[in-house]
Write a protein that binds this ligand. Structure first.
Ligand SMILES: C[S@@+](CC[C@H](N)C(=O)[O-])C[C@H]1O[C@@H](n2cnc3c(N)ncnc32)[C@H](O)[C@@H]1O
Length: 462
């Protein structure tokens, strides 16, 4: 969810509000992603808020404690707080969380009266559950630069009581709207039969914004549950508001541009390049190679940093040019070299490494032989995990190996794209937006991708 809304946000939020914060799954994650923003956790339940306070305090150590943002805990009905606490906060504000999925029948008459007041004209039926009132009250409070991202029961997408909410979303054309729908069989809310969906609403922009509907699912990623995107449809909002939001992509009357996609991890492997523990020692420039006289079979062509290759394609000529510029481009890789005891130049170089303490680095100590780095295959594409709103993508035509500053993408036999096609899409506006959407944002505008989220990247298939 943070990835979704992170890519939609125009500015870093000053305040993040977690409505019905519970023990703070969203509060804690938001602190990590936006450490200089103030996060406000609102919940009726003083016990869970206490747990949240303990959890947040245990994490507010080291670097995080030095940032100016903080966590404020508010024990109050969110529907009251939104009219009292909210107006005091200077935007942009982001409402992020999962409101209570209390059913209409479980609400007291008094609660319903207060909820109806907060929801105003956005909920007019008496059948709405508490989460629909939370959504309506939040929408009513939004200023043009505020946004929201909520995990909700999906029923408002098709029932009579969700009609006004759907209409507001449909007609707010200057806001980007994204709805992610889980299949009804998936138990997102444990122990309930409630269908789940994620609603993301961006800040108002100067021009019309897309309305995106996606089918998502839960998947197992090495024992950890993640969300995968199965298909995406961009819906044309020029016509009248449809009666339901759950079948938008299949409805005949809708103008829909459907993007069929595959998650990258289903057809490709993604891994970091070689971790050496001392790049200074293990990666050599042309000059160093010449000076040290190391045997050819101990060296592999390599790329240490994306900035060493300012071109989209790393072919042999580009690799030569990196060498001419004086950057390191040879990896000392002893995996297929047995001359460590016999080659005099190699012996001298390894002794030099020992005298520099390279054999005692954490990584060297983990290895069977300190100077023999892990054997990493040459990837099809390099991707720079860190960028400033832009992640470099380099096609590896020269077949070099990367350092651990880079991710390598290895296409499997079932991949429907060639390396060149995939690289071109990753560099495109859509590709970069998708990458930024799943990267972690840091102060100063830099963003970082994790291999785990990259595996979930939905890449279009023709
Ligand atoms: C679905 S849980 C949210 C769980 C939370 N995201 C977490 O990480 O634990 C909903 C929460 O809303 C709280 N809640 C219920 N009614 C509320 C209200 N009117 N105002 C504020 N919080 C409320 C409940 O106490 C519960 O903690």
């Amino acid at each position: 969810m943070i990835g979704n809304i992170g890519s939609i946000l125009r500015d870093r939020p000053s305040y993040i509000i977690d409505p019905g914060a519970g023990v703070g799954a969203f509060t804690v994650s938001a602190r990590r992603v936006w450490p200089t923003s103030t996060t406000i956790a609102v919940d009726l339940n003083v016990v869970t808020l206490g747990l949240l306070a303990a959890r947040a305090a245990s994490r507010e150590v080291g670097e995080l404690a030095k940032k100016q943002g903080r966590v404020d805990l508010v024990v109050q009905n969110y529907l009251d707080w939104i009219s009292q606490g909210w107006p005091e906060l200077k935007g942009p504000r982001l409402v992020l969380g999962n409101p209570p999925y209390t059913r209409n029948q479980q609400m007291t008459a008094d609660e319903k009266v207060r909820a109806r007041e907060a929801a105003g004209h956005l909920v007019t039926s008496g059948l709405a559950g508490l989460s629909a009132y939370f959504l309506a009250a939040t929408i009513n409070a939004l200023s043009s630069d505020d946004s929201l991202c909520l995990l909700l029961p999906g029923s408002w997408c098709e029932t009579r009581y969700g009609r006004e909410l759907r209409s507001w979303l449909w007609h707010s054309r200057r806001r980007r709207i994204e709805i992610d729908l889980f299949p009804s069989k998936v138990e997102v809310f444990p122990g309930t039969q409630v269908t789940a969906m994620i609603l993301s609403v961006g800040a108002e922009q100067g021009s019309s914004q897309p309305f995106i509907s996606r089918a998502v699912d839960l998947a197992d990623d090495n024992g950890r549950q993640t969300v995968v995107r199965n298909s995406e449809a961009i819906i044309d909002r020029n016509g009248p508001c449809p009666p339901s939001f759950t079948r938008l992509a299949t409805s005949k009357s809708m103008k829909v541009q459907t993007v069929r996609g595959l998650s990258l991890g289903s057809v490709a492997k993604i891994r970091r390049g070689v971790a050496t523990g001392s790049n200074r020692f293990f990666f050599l420039s042309d000059g160093e190679r010449l000076l040290e006289g190391l045997p050819d079979k101990a060296l592999r062509p390599a790329l240490v940093k994306a900035s060493h290759c300012p071109w989209d394609t790393l072919d042999l000529e580009a690799h030569e040019a990196i060498g001419s510029a004086g950057a390191p481009r040879w990896l000392l890789d002893m995996n297929s070299c047995d001359a460590a005891e016999t080659d005099e130049d190699l012996k001298v170089y390894l002794a030099k490494g020992r005298s520099l303490g390279v054999h005692k680095t954490h990584l060297a100590l983990q290895r069977k032989i300190w100077h023999t780095v892990e054997l990493v295959a040459t990837p099809d594409i390099f991707l720079a995990p860190v960028g400033k709103g832009h992640h470099r993508v380099i096609l590896n035509e020269a077949g070099v190996v990367g350092s651990n500053n880079l991710y390598g993408i290895y296409l499997g036999p079932l991949a429907p794209w060639s390396p060149r096609e995939l690289a071109a899409w990753l560099r495109s506006g859509d590709g970069q937006q998708a990458l930024n959407g799943m990267s972690r944002q840091y102060q100063g505008g830099s963003s970082k991708l994790e291999p785990r989220s990259l595996r979930n990247l939905l890449v279009p298939v023709e």
